[in-house]
Design a protein around this ligand. Structure first.
Ligand code: ADP
Ligand code: MG
Length: 577
């Protein structure tokens, strides 16, 4: 795991080396400073050699400037290193998630991916920056300072180090409490977030039930809990830093008193005493750093583990090594004894045989949950089959590259997903290489030109978050325009017009039948009127394909379809009166 973590440093090796060596030089300068002070007091001051004192002071100034510059480098380049690594990982994660197949998204919550991409990577980035550098520097300064102190005066050095275990204990104790407090705070802010998200996206429901004050109460409750958690975290933080402060002062005082005694008895010079007091500070700093690392390390590594687990998940639908890039096909689809289930313990489709000739329009009708959508999502190979095969123009789809297969197929669903952006951008999504003329032509063929022209901003009208500003029919027309742009030989209409009222459906129907022209079309619909003109109708039930034939044939057969027809027809008569 650690080796894998370090592999992310590789592209930024130079940055790391510059950062790391600057940090080492800063640490050495820090270690050397008290020695310089001691020499200054013990040798230079009594000599009264003012030109020399001035020269040494200017030299010290030079050292300060150098140290400041190097600290700037450490702080800036160090963070740059962390950010670079974080960015690389975030890119890797995003690309990886894009590659995943539907089953992954069926089983993974969006919030889960989001927290990997944000929270976890923040922690990892911090660890990447501070981890190796701080660890090394802390060890170096601690033992360096202690070593020098030992050479100056063994007794005093031992007295000062005695307090360290105590300090470690206090800091560790505080850190544990701090960790708990932060964790609690994070969980509370997550509650607040989801509360906000819920009532913002559900605002229509909230207001229609006039439950605003209920929502307010719930929000105040969560918000108050978050306030409390954050307050606790800050309390622990204040407690920690004041404890550290107090202990450092305490050691300083002990060193001062004991040092004064030693000095009085001629065992220590004044300069040595001053440098000792300075070293006490140098000695305490790494203790603090190490304990901060002890917190950072498990957090960052846990994040990295979750990151790696996600990145290691191979997409279950993959191109074979010898996959063929097929040219545009005619669109002869054949299901051959197809068996499929979303998970191993439940089969949704069993031994399905089905043939759709190129250019034919086949409608799927049947109860909800029978497997119509499933049948259609197997054609673009969103899922792999458990058994049997599907061919297009005689070629097994599992032998084609996913890209060339999916280029053959266009899908219009009930929910049209619109991206944040303009109407123009959303149509253009159908073919990113399309020209302006192509886009306008597609809009014209989707019968949405006059609508677009009626908008003050025309094509550049923003669609609002997820197309909230457009009606269902308008969204559906954008989806149709996308399909005209994509121009695939196979078209799947999955309840494309089911959510629309009959009037709007009739208007959309026109554009849809133009879209279906000269394409193999699989259409799923509830309203039988929608599929009146289909070449063939397939009745799908939980037990598989139950009936198959033309509209009139099935009607005359007096089976399931005839029954459905009867129900809908009666209802139509009823609603008409
Ligand atoms: P239809 O489109 O005919 O209403 P579906 O093809 O959507 O039916 O669903 C068929 C069966 O598969 C249902 O029992 C449904 O619960 C199940 N199902 C559909 N999609 C998924 C999925 N992504 N994961 C697991 N089960 C699913
Ligand atoms: Mg469905």
């Amino acid at each position: 795991m650690i080796r894998r973590f370090f592999s992310y440093y590789k592209p930024h090796r130079r940055l790391f080396i510059i950062d790391f060596s600057s940090a080492v030089i800063v640490a050495i300068l820090e270690l050397a400073f008290p020695v310089a002070v001691q020499r200054f007091i013990d040798r230079l001051l009594p000599s009264g050699d003012w030109p020399m004192i001035l020269t040494v002071s200017i030299l010290l100034l030079g050292v300060y400037v150098l140290s400041t510059f190097l600290q700037y480098i450490v702080s800036f380049l160090g963070h740059k290193l962390g950010i670079n690594i974080e960015t690389d990982m975030r890119r890797e994660l995003f690309y990886h998630v894009q590659k995943q197949s539907f089953r992954f998204f069926d089983n993974t919550k969006t919030g889960h991916i989001m927290s990997r991409i944000t929270n976890d990577l923040f922690d990892i980035g911090e660890l990447a920056h501070h981890g190796p550098e701080d660890f090394f520097i802390a060890i170096m300064t601690f033992f360096g300072a202690f070593g020098i102190m030992m050479t100056i005066n063994v007794k005093l050095a031992i007295v000062s180090i005695l307090v360290v275990p105590f300090l470690v204990w206090v800091i560790t104790f505080c850190n544990i409490r701090m960790n708990q407090a932060w964790k609690r705070m994070y969980s509370k802010i997550a509650d607040v977030n989801s509360r906000v998200e819920d009532s913002v996206s559900g605002v229509r429901v909230v207001q229609s039930f006039t439950n605003e004050s209920f929502e307010k109460k719930r929000f105040d409750h969560d918000n108050g809990k978050f306030r409390k958690a954050k307050l606790t975290a800050y309390k622990v933080m204040a407690y920690t830093s004041s404890s550290i402060y107090m202990m450092t002062r305490f050691v300083t005082l002990v060193v001062l008193v004991f040092g004064a005694w030693l000095s009085f008895h001629g065992q220590l010079t004044n300069g040595e005493l001053v440098s000792f007091i300075l070293y006490v500070n140098v000695l305490m700093k790494p203790v603090d750093k190490i304990s901060a690392l002890m917190e950072l390390y498990p957090k960052g590594m846990a994040g990295f583990k979750r990151f790696s687990d996600l990145v290691d998940q191979e997409p279950d639908v993959q191109d074979r090594e010898d996959a063929i890039k097929v040219p545009l096909l005619k669109g002869d689809i054949q299901f051959d004894d197809v068996t499929f289930g979303y998970d191993s313990h439940q089969t949704v489709l069993q031994g399905i045989d089905l043939q759709v000739k190129a250019g034919e329009t086949v409608a799927f009708v049947g109860p909800s949950g029978a497997g119509k959508t499933t049948i259609c999502s197997l054609v673009p190979r969103f899922y792999d089959l458990d058994d049997g095969k599907i061919t297009i123009d005689g070629i097994d789809i599992s032998e084609m590259t996913k890209q060339s297969l999916r280029a053959q197929i266009g899908i219009v669903q009930q929910d049209v997903f619109l991206f944040t952006g303009t109407i123009h951008d959303n149509i253009a999504y159908g073919n990113l290489n399309a020209t302006e003329r192509d886009i306008q032509e597609a809009a014209r063929r989707a019968h949405m030109e006059s609508f677009i022209h009626s908008l003050p901003q025309g094509y550049e009208t923003p669609v609002g978050e997820r197309g909230l500003k457009l009606s269902g029919g308008q969204k559906q027309r954008i989806a149709i325009a996308r399909m005209f742009l994509k121009n695939p030989p196979i078209l799947i209409l999955d309840e494309a017009t089911s959510a629309l009222d009959t009037e709007t459906e009739k208007m959309i129907q026109h554009a849809l039948s133009e879209l279906a022209e000269n394409r193999t079309t699989l259409i799923i619909a509830h309203r039988l009127a929608t599929i009146r003109n289909a070449d063939r109708i397939v009745i799908v039930t939980e037990d598989g394909i139950a009936e198959e034939g033309s509209y009139d044939e099935l009607l005359n057969r007096g089976g399931i379809f005839a029954k459905l027809h009867c129900i809908q027809y009666e209802r139509n008569v009823y609603t008409a009166t």
